[in-house]
Write a protein that binds this ligand. Structure first.
Ligand code: URA
Length: 181
């Protein structure tokens, strides 16, 4: 069995050579939401916490406005725990090598619902094979826990209000999941 305490010193892949900090993730063990992104960016690599940069600011504003859920009610992590150089997309090998850590977190955390952000997380968490444009907002289950994927907030920062509108609609579906008895 994996010991999550060992994640901070992981050297399973070459991202350990260029990272500053392993971004493990944090939050309560029975959160409203488990939020899973792709990989740390520059701010996260420096700060050691997921989604503390511009993407995170947008994400948590939308979660607050659409769901009334705050960061402290979420367990937040990424598919890959170390920053890929220049924020490139993590490789298949990096995702596969890091996977046991995410699996351990998925086994330990019992959220009301799961939110995957962007193609990498949608694929890794829910097994989606189609691009986000085809699968966003679709309700799926991880065992008994419902969830969905939506666009990554970085895509919204690049793509503007159209992407934000779609994310808001997807989060409305997520709100209904959280409100279900
Ligand atoms: N993008 C991600 O996918 N995760 C972070 O933690 C920050 C930016």
């Amino acid at each position: 069995m994996l010991d999550l305490n060992e994640l901070v010193s992981c050297t399973r892949c070459d991202l350990s050579l260029t990272r500053q900090r392993v971004v493990v993730g944090s939050g309560p063990s029975t959160p409203q939401l488990m939020v899973i992104g792709e990989a740390p960016g520059r701010s996260e690599d420096e700060g050691g916490e997921p989604f503390i940069g511009r993407s995170g600011q947008l994400l948590f504003r939308l979660l607050d406005e659409e769901l009334g859920v705050t960061r402290s009610q979420c367990f937040v992590t990424n598919v890959v725990k170390c920053r890929p150089p220049a924020n490139r997309t993590p490789t298949f090998i990096e995702i596969k090598t890091c996977r046991p850590w995410l699996d351990e977190q998925l086994a330990m955390i019992t959220p009301r619902a799961v939110l995957a952000l962007g193609n990498t997380a949608g694929r890794a968490v829910f097994g989606f094979e189609s691009p986000m444009s085809a699968v966003h907002g679709r309700v799926v289950h991880l065992g008994a826990v419902p969830g969905l994927a939506t666009y990554h907030p970085a895509a919204a920062l690049r793509g503007g209000s159209g992407v934000v509108q779609v994310m808001r609609r997807d989060l409305t579906v997520l709100r209904q999941l959280l409100e279900a008895p």
